[in-house]
Design a protein around this ligand. Structure first.
Ligand code: FAD
Length: 470
């Protein structure tokens, strides 16, 4: 690093990727600047994406009482008339606290926050416009682009942020709609579909493809669809939206097949676009693809050797979880500090109601690759903890190699899935086998015990084959 620049490392964006890059670089002794709009500290993650949506989900689960209905009956509610205010109060509280935590962490680590939007003048110089007509130039040895994404808005759709909205518009809704069309059954679309269905909104999900969440375990997705249908969600797969019409009393979504679907609100969840338009990338010798994404190598370095990029702006998997780790690793590479490569085992968590999580391979992938596996299943209803919490539908599934007895995949559906998956991740990451889970004593009564039950199921099946063939 040189003393000639204003900063050793300048980070653009304060989402999970930018935040972790800035803090890691500061911990390594670098002089760090971080550029962010005043209203967006914490990025999409804290302000409009992960944190508000997960808080909303928690509020829905609590206020509707839906997770307690197996115990107290189908009419059980914590609050009869849930208002949008009930939901947003919790969201604003959590978002406010999280923003404070981030500000404090940046200050504690001596990071200079530069309010505004940055754009390149050249590969070492950026102009920062603070939104009030003032601009300043700063120089940096290394730059980390962590500018994230914004919702893609098809030009043919007339968004008005009240009746026709994208996922950013959810937080601005003035009331809970009685009916909603969700266009796009990706993770964000289906998470919100399940939350609104839980609130009693009549939801119709429209998806161009014939399946949804096709990267997940097929049985788990079937179970989710069953649950959502039970909450009056209608699925329209293999259907394309040709127009969304807005009227005084609502909207009509018109499908290519000729169907017309009325709804109070339409939520468009049609992918996301990299926030690179306003960066003037060519001034730094860089470019983005048509979805605004920047290409990087496995050290998160772009084709310009002093510029790195992390998080959603580099594309898949576009999760807060991975963005954080990419940010930390990019800072290490930028500061010349040795770093392990990104771990290949990465969990996927989908916060639908009920939630889904997995790590490793699916049955379909293993079958396609001709890798033999045995399945071990544990159902929450057979666990004491499942009965206590009133979750009779939860399931944990282990995919086990009959040859090496290693875990090939862990799939969880139901309460606590996104937490439980990490037990499997640790066993897989440390090269453990199914026998570790068979021999382990778990706290009782817990959902974690499902690992032992599923491991016994898998090993019993493997033994049966061995007894017949030995
Ligand atoms: C509704 C929703 C739910 C989600 N749920 C989950 C979940 O449950 N789990 C999960 O892991 N992920 C989830 N995600 C994804 C997660 O939010 C993103 O992966 C994560 O926020 C990406 O982090 P990032 O660091 O790339 O940047 P972002 O969080 O996108 O932040 C980028 C920041 O850069 C700033 N910026 C842009 N341009 C400039 C510029 N020129 N100069 C300065 N600053 C700039 C922006 O203002 C923004 O604050 C969800 C996303 C959405 C939309």
């Amino acid at each position: 690093m040189t003393d000639m620049s204003d900063f050793d490392v300048l980070v653009l964006g304060s989402g999970p990727g930018g935040q972790r890059a800035a803090i890691a670089a500061a911990k390594l002794g670098a002089r760090v600047g971080l550029v962010e709009r005043r209203t967006m500290m914490g990025g999409v993650c804290i302000n409009t994406g992960t944190i508000p949506s997960k808080t909303l989900r928690e509020a829905v689960l609590y206020l509707t009482g839906m997770s307690q209905r197996e115990l107290y009956g189908q009419s059980y509610r914590v609050k009869d008339e849930i208002t949008i205010g009930d939901l947003t109060a919790r969201t604003s509280h959590v978002v406010g606290r999280e923003v404070d935590v981030i500000r404090a962490q940046l200050t504690r680590n001596g990071i200079t926050v530069l309010p505004g939007m940055g754009k390149f003048i050249d590969r070492h110089t950026l102009q920062i416009s603070d939104g009030t007509g003032h601009a300043r130039s700063v120089t940096a040895d290394k730059v980390v682009i962590a500018t994230g994404t914004s919702p893609a808005r098809p030009p043919t759709v007339d968004f008005d942020d009240q009746t026709i909205i994208d996922s950013d518009g959810i937080l601005g809704l003035e009331r809970i709609p009685r009916s909603m069309v969700v266009v796009g059954a990706g993770v964000i679309g289906i998470e919100y579909a399940s939350m609104f269905a839980g609130l009693g909104t009549k939801v119709t999900v429209i998806e161009q493809r014939m399946r949804m969440l096709e990267f997940c375990d097929t049985e788990v997705v079937e179970a989710l669809k069953y649950h959502l249908r039970d909450l009056a969600v209608t699925f329209r797969f293999g259907e394309t939206v040709t127009a969304v019409e807005r009227y005084a009393k609502g909207t009509v979504t018109i499908l290519e097949s000729g169907k017309k679907i009325p709804a109070e609100t339409v939520l468009y969840s049609a992918g996301r676009q990299g926030m690179t338009d306003h960066l003037d990338l060519p001034a730094a010798g860089l470019s983005a693809d048509k979805r605004g994404r920047i290409t990087v190598d496995d050290t998160f370095r772009t084709e310009v050797d002093n510029i790195y990029a992390v998080g959603d702006v580099i594309g898949f998997p576009a999760l807060a979880a991975t963005s954080m780790e990419q940010g930390r690793l990019a800072a290490h590479h930028a500061c010349g500090e040795p770093a392990h490569p990104m771990h290949e085992l990465q969990p996927i968590g989908i916060y639908t109601i009920p939630e889904i999580s997995y790590i490793g391979r699916t049955e379909d992938e293993l079958t396609e690759e001709r890798i033999p596996f045995e399945v071990g299943v544990s159902r929450y209803r057979e666990l004491a903890r499942g009965q206590i919490i009133g979750d009779s539908y939860g399931v944990l599934k282990l995919l086990v190699s009959p040859d090496t007895r290693s875990l090939l995949g862990v799939h969880v559906f139901g309460t606590g899935a996104t937490e439980l998956v990490h037990i499997g991740q640790a066993v897989m990451g440390l090269g453990g086998t199914v026998d570790y889970l068979v021999d382990t004593v778990f706290n009782y009564p817990t959902l974690a015990e499902s690992y032992k039950v599923a491991a016994l199921d898998a090993t019993n099946k493997i033994r049966q084959v061995n007894q017949l063939t030995d």
